[in-house]
Design a protein around this ligand. Sequence first.
Ligand code: 2P0
Length: 346
Amino acid sequence: DSFTDDAEFITCDSPVNIALIKYWGKRDEKLILPLNSSISVTLSQDELRARTTVAVSRNFKEDKMWLNGREQSMKNARLQSVISNIKRLCRKRKSDNDQVNDKLQWKLHICSENNFPTAAGLASSAAGYACLVYALSKLYGVDGDLSKIARMGSGSACRSIYGGFVIWNKGEAEGGEDSKAEQIVSETHWPDLRVLILVVSDQTKHTGSTVGMQTSVETSQLLQQRLQGVPKQLEKIKCAIQNKDFHSFAEITMRDSNQLHAVCMDTYPPVSYLTDISHHIIQLVHAINQDNNSNMVAYSFDAGPNAFLFLQEKDVPTVIDILHYFYPSSDPNFIRGLQVPAKRDV
Ligand code: 2P0
């Protein structure tokens, strides 16, 4: 199919978010409702971003989708759920507008690409679904709470709809009406916070998050234990963020990352996302902090071996020197630039 005058399209970029208090486990697989609330920071789009173009045309013969240049099946329940939810919102608001009604009938083409390794534990599904939802909302002229629709694509995607520091409230409602993200503070709140991403591996992870967390819910007692403690950790990190208390922020962040990976090891059969290099980075960060008598760096790992390091701007040169000393011959892409808490710009 080719574009004609009848085609309408829009391209959007979307940022990655990294959880400080992690989401791990669902109470409803279909609606993607989490067992616990989570808190994340949205990163700037200089290094990691998803870019999605969505197009409709009366000449398209069927719905189609490409991810990083490869055609994907449209028979994906989450993808279908996102598209139908956006269209439903559109119908609700614009039922008397013929032009919009036409557009809703036309076939849809989606083209999405990441400028970083997909499915390597770098939050690609979060950026990808947030981007798709945002782009579709613009195409069909829909506004309103996009976070809930992004959640239906991938849980963590609901947090990439906002910039700065974001909480995804787990909600109580059975239908998920109140399970959505909201901003805690904007990207201007803590301007000297920095994030360094150490790309230990760009290989696709062996156990995807969806299956990994499902197995944890079924088998891990430690997960049940963790769920009891999360509300307190959420309050503590909110407080550290409000006060820009880096020392506490760092400890809470590292403890939560460690707890997630302990839960993964407690899962049966165990899921291990960290590699020897990840463990070395953990030891190195604690050595740096011990030398400094206060936390200078914090690590956080998602469902993959890659490290997200948090630090303050003043400490960036020191930490980069140390990293170069310990990883002298590593790939030039090993350190993926400096990220700052960012607004969710389009
Ligand atoms: C998070 N992760 O809070 C946690 C930390 C990975 C480790 O959210 O099944 O891809 O699509 O809702 O969102 C990754 O899980 O899982 C994730 P689904 P998702 O960022």
